[in-house]
Design a protein around this ligand. Structure first.
Ligand code: SF4
Ligand code: SF4
Length: 162
């Protein structure tokens, strides 16, 4: 069990993927294609793994047409992190046939097997994991509210942090 699962008292689902292909059609990176190639040439295994299966869309419009939920989820995360939306580049997988058929499903890379690992990344709203993500975020919001209530109570009693 991961630390955040213990803290939230929740278990992240293991088999909620319905093989929609949305994440395969809308992978996001802060790095453009040529930068990834440079990183791979300099020894980055992460860049090599990514380049071995993804190619970039010619523009944002194409990405939006093919994977609207994945694009929106990544842009939302970018906003939260303070990244510039225009710096996000969208890619699609070369192993996808049609909208959702993975041609190497039984041998798909760990990146795909493990996605999404937690509720803290970009999860498309159509994804089978999005409901679990919402439950986690609702729980975090409730914990934040409770923390604020306790701080206000502490302040009203004239107590301060040690
Ligand atoms: S978006 Fe979610 S449900 Fe669709 S293929 Fe990816 S992990 Fe599976
Ligand atoms: S290898 Fe298969 S599961 Fe992974 S992104 Fe490509 S099409 Fe999707």
């Amino acid at each position: 069990m991961q630390e955040w699962e213990k803290l939230l008292g929740m278990k992240w689902p293991q088999n909620a993927c319905d093989r929609s292909g949305e994440c395969c059609r809308g992978a996001a990176q802060l790095a453009p294609w040529d930068k990834l190639i440079q990183q791979a040439a300099e020894g980055s295994q992460t860049a090599r793994n990514f380049l071995s299966q993804y190619i970039p869309y010619p523009n944002r419009t194409e990405a939006l047409l093919n994977a609207p939920d994945a694009v929106e989820a990544s842009l939302e995360i970018a906003r939260l992190r303070g990244d510039k939306e225009e710096d996000i580049i969208f890619y699609h997988c070369i192993y996808l046939k049609g909208q959702s058929a993975c041609q190497i499903y039984e041998d798909r890379p760990a990146l795909c097997r493990d996605f999404p690992e937690s509720p803290f990344g970009a999860i498309p709203k159509c994804c089978g994991y999005s409901e679990a993500q919402k439950q986690c975020m609702d729980k975090i919001d409730a914990m934040k509210t409770e923390l604020q209530r306790l701080k206000a109570l502490q302040a009203s009693q004239g107590m301060t942090d040690a």
